[in-house]
Design a binder for this molecule. Sequence first.
Ligand SMILES: [Zn+2]
Length: 501
Amino acid sequence: MRWGILALGLLAVSGASSGPDGSFGAVFFPDPEVELTTPAFQKDKGFSTQEEVVKWFNQLPTNLPNAQVEPINLGTSPRGRSIVAFRVNGSDPVANPVRIWVQGALHGDEQATPDGVMQLVEMVLRNPELANGVELMVVPIANPDGYARAMRQSASGMDLNRDMMMRQGPENQLIMAVFKEFQPEVALDFHEYRPYRSDFTEIGSRGVTAYYDNMFLGSSNVNIPEVLRAEIAAYVDGAATAAAQWGYRTHAYFVPEDDRGSMRMRLGSASSGSTATNYALHNCVSALIETRGVGQGRSALKRRVHSMAVIGLAYVQKAAADPVHLRAVLDAAHRDPMGPVIELNQPIDQRRYTFIDLAKRDTASWRFATRDYAQMQARVRRPKPKFYALDKAALTPELIRSGFFVNQETKSLNQMAMAYEVTQRTEGLGANNQRTQKVVCSQVPTTVKGEFLIVAMDDIPSRLWYELFEPELDNSLVRNGLIECSVGKQLPYYAIYEETN
Ligand SMILES: [Zn+2]
C-alpha cells in the first residue's frame, strides 16, 4: 500500500449517512445483528483508548470466570507508552495448548483492530472447551504511539510493517523478542485497509471504492516450505467460509501497482518485511487480515470488528480442532530439505476484480493484468546450508539492535565454506527511506578461520535465515543496508554445507 495513498475527502458524500460511503454504506455494509460490548461500543465517538483496552483485559477474569489473563509489559515505545501483551488461557488448560499469536494496530490508523482483537478473545473465552485448548499471546496495540495519534507510522515515522526484517523500530524489537520466545504455531495480525484510494479514481467513470470486507494476506513466499504454504492457504479458505456465513465478502489481498504508467494488480504477498510472511518464516501458520476501514471513522464499525473476530475465531478453531495435524505440518516444514530460492519467475495474467462503482452506486468488475504471488515459481535455488557463519567483527550496532543474533552460539571455525562474492551492486531507497543495495553474488569456495556466530538451520526461525542471508533477496541484511558491501569483495558471512571441524 505504498503507491499513491491519498484519502479522497471530496468523495465523502453527502446526505444523512455518516462516513465516506454515504447512503450505499448501509446497502453494502450493513451491521450484523449482534451485540458487541468491547470498549469502542461503550461510547458514541472515537475508538478504544489504550487505557480502555488494558482495563478490558485486566477485567476479563472478573467478567468471564473461564479466563486466565497475565499482562506482560514488553517495554516502552519511543514516546514512553507501554507496549503490553496479554497471555490468555482458559481456566483448565490442556497440557500443551496450541500457541496462537494475536496482534492489532501495528499501523496506528487502523483503529478498529484492537476491538477486533478483544472481540476475538471474548469469543474464544466464551467457549470453554476451545479456550482450554489454546494459549493466546495478544498484543492488542503494537504501535501505541501511532495509535494514540491515529497515524499509520510509529512516532519515529517508521512503517513498522515494512521493518520486520531490519527491526530498527524499538516496537518491533520488543514484540519480536516475545514472539520468538512464545514460538506461536498460528499467528494473526489484524489490519484495516483504505477503501478510497487515489488510484481507484482511475477506474470507471467516477472512480470506485473497495467492495470486500476482508482481504487475506497469507504468504506465497517460496522460501516458506510448500507444505506450510498449503496449510496457510487451507486456513484462509476456512476463514473465508466462516466470514461468508455472516455475509462478509472476502478476497485474497490485492492492490494496484504502477506498471510503466498503466495499472496492474498485485495479488497476495511474499515480502518478509511484512508480518504475514515474516511470521510464516518463523514456522507458523500466519495471516494478516485486512478489513475495510481506514478513513471510514466509525461507519460500519460493528461489521468491521465482528468480521475480524469471526475470521480470527475460524483460525483458532481450526488449530484447536486438530493440533496433531498442525504440529505434523510445522514439523515437516521445519525439516523440509529445500534450499533457498534466490530468483523467481513472476507470471502475469488477466484477472477480474469487483468494486463498487461510484457512478452507478453498484458493483461492477474490471479486468487487470495481475501479478499473483501464488503463481510464482522458483527459478534459481541454492542448496540448503547446515548453517550460516557470521564474522563476529561484522556485528554493527544496527545488527545487534535487530535482535536476530542475541542468543546465537559462537564457534571457532577452521574449515571450507562458501563465500558470497559481490559481482553487481546498485543503490536504492527502501520503504522506510533507508539506503538499500541490490546485489548479485557468486558463491566461491573459501577457508574460514576465526570466531563466528552460528546461525543454524536447525533453529527456529529456520526459513527466516534464508531471507536474511541470501544477499539477492528483497529483504536480506545486505539489501537493507545492514551489512555493507562493494563489488569484488566478499560478504562477512558464509554458508556452510558440511561441518568438518
Ligand atoms: Zn496495516
